[in-house]
Design a protein around this ligand. Structure first.
Ligand code: GAR
Length: 207
């Protein structure tokens, strides 16, 4: 399965997925390209160091659909089948979602549906929850909304700041994203309504 990863910044989830693909932990897959909407994203250098083609595609004042159209073209050119949003801080147009039906994943640093959108860690601390975590889900046309593939729970401590909480959660994000991509790449993950179900027979054959 050819994977395209979209980033806007640091790219630590992108590195986790790429290393898992390159080590064979996610079998029969290849990271074909890493695209960033920010030309100075730190993750671009990390992707290059891993031997992955990188492509900055900035918005340049264009409408969302025009910007997305260029990204879709570049992904299709490389025959990308699965798109992973890894800290990609832009909403996708419905054209983008339709171009890769049930083949776009996202990671979000909270237990959805709580704390959607920006500043999820701040939102969790502000609300006073005792448990937060991360969610890997399919992307649909709504913000942080598509069918959930998996979640990991992480304790929120009384003295946590957004920074300390994000440091605790990010480790689980890497594990969760690798596991989710592995499930999707296995072909055994089916979506029924809002529920993503891993076929148990398929699972036992693939792990
Ligand atoms: C991650 O914590 C990811 O969950 C979050 O941005 C960070 C990117 O880190 N994404 C969102 O908040 C999307 N709504 P990374 O660039 O090191 O992977």
């Amino acid at each position: 399965m050819k994977i395209g990863i979209l980033i806007s910044g640091r790219g630590s989830n992108m590195v986790a997925i790429t290393e898992a693909v390159q080590s064979g932990l996610i079998p029969n897959s290849e990271v074909a390209v890493v695209i960033s909407d920010k030309s100075k994203a730190k993750g671009l250098e990390k992707a290059k160091a891993l031997g992955i083609e990188t492509l900055p595609i900035t918005r340049k004042g264009r409408k969302r659909v025009e910007h997305d159209a260029e990204i879709i073209t570049e992904l299709k050119k490389r025959e990308v089948e699965l798109v992973c949003l890894a800290g990609y801080m832009r909403l996708l147009s419905s054209d983008f979602v339709k171009a890769f039906p049930n083949k776009i994943l996202n990671i979000h640093p909270s237990l959805l549906p709580s704390f959607k959108g920006l500043h999820a860690h701040e939102q969790a601390i502000e609300y006073g929850v005792k448990i937060s975590g991360c969610t890997v889900h399919f992307v649909d046309e709504h913000l942080d909304h598509g069918a959930i593939i998996l979640q990991k729970a992480v304790e929120v401590k009384d003295n946590d700041t957004a920074e300390t909480l994000s440091k605790r959660i990010i480790k689980y994000e890497h594990e969760a994203y690798v596991e989710a991509v592995k499930q999707v790449a296995s072909g055994n993950l089916k979506i029924k309504g809002r529920t993503a179900i891993l076929d148990e027979l398929g699972k036992s054959h693939n792990t």
